[in-house]
Design a protein around this ligand. Structure first.
Ligand code: UDP
Ligand code: MG
Length: 209
């Protein structure tokens, strides 16, 4: 039987997709500043920003058949099945003319990571990890007022637990491969971007402006 992974490896014509791309995973707890810093990286280094959470929220709004499932999982701070998220990421990569992508907020667990790698054949260039205390992240989430259904204290606590239990192991996996670039994300936005900038400058993305 063809598995989800087998099926996803093929495009509509049945051939394996092979667009060659550079991917940087941007990880960190909820409220660590991933989205904010990705906007800066896009501006200075020519990447395209793909936020897995934003793609899932757009999928809910589009009235997709998975919308209710995704909505319920986000409200509970749970991780949406890999199949759903990977399809959205894959489509976004294929539809975009760029070949450099920041994937923000994914992979969130080991299963996400292994499935993405196996379906797309893509390994990240490196992993940008925003390290921030829970106290600071909680303060930011409660102050940001973006109207998100999961920015309430009850769901925030659940998201912290999921991050520690499921997402940190992904960071440890890449750390063992020497791929993690850890950033002190507790500083103000400009200070954090100085550290981010030096990571991308060293990595050779000198499209700096
Ligand atoms: N989410 C998911 N898989 C992903 C990315 C996001 O299931 O790959 C869900 C999950 O429920 C998460 C929510 O979307 O709590 C919000 O994710 P986002 O990255 O937008 O927010 P963050 O928690 O990083 O602030
Ligand atoms: Mg985000």
């Amino acid at each position: 039987m063809e598995t989800f992974v087998d099926a996803a490896k093929k495009d509509a014509n049945g051939s394996v997709q092979n667009k060659s791309v550079t991917v940087v995973f941007v990880l960190g707890g909820p409220g660590s500043g991933k989205g904010t810093q990705c906007a800066n990286i896009v501006e200075h280094f020519g990447y395209t920003h793909l936020s897995a959470g934003d793609l899932l929220r757009a999928e809910i709004k589009s009235g997709s058949e998975n919308g209710t499932l995704i909505d319920n999982m986000i409200k509970e701070g749970k991780i949406v099945p890999s199949e759903v998220t990977i399809k959205l990421l894959q489509r976004a990569i294929q539809e975009n003319g760029n070949d450099k992508f920041l994937i923000d907020g994914f992979p969130r667990n080991e299963e996400n990571r292994a499935a993405f790698e196996s379906v797309t054949g893509i390994e990240p260039e490196f992993v940008l990890f925003f390290d921030c205390s829970e106290e600071e992240m909680e303060r930011r989430l409660l102050n940001r007022n973006q109207g998100r259904v999961d920015d309430n204290i009850e769901t925030i606590r659940k998201r912290f637990k999921v991050f520690l239990d499921s997402s940190l192991p992904v960071i440890e996996y890449y750390n063992a491969k020497g791929k993690v670039r850890k950033i002190d994300a507790a500083k103000p936005i400009e200070g954090v971007f100085e550290s981010v900038r030096s990571v991308f400058t060293v990595s050779g993305d000198k499209v700096a402006a």
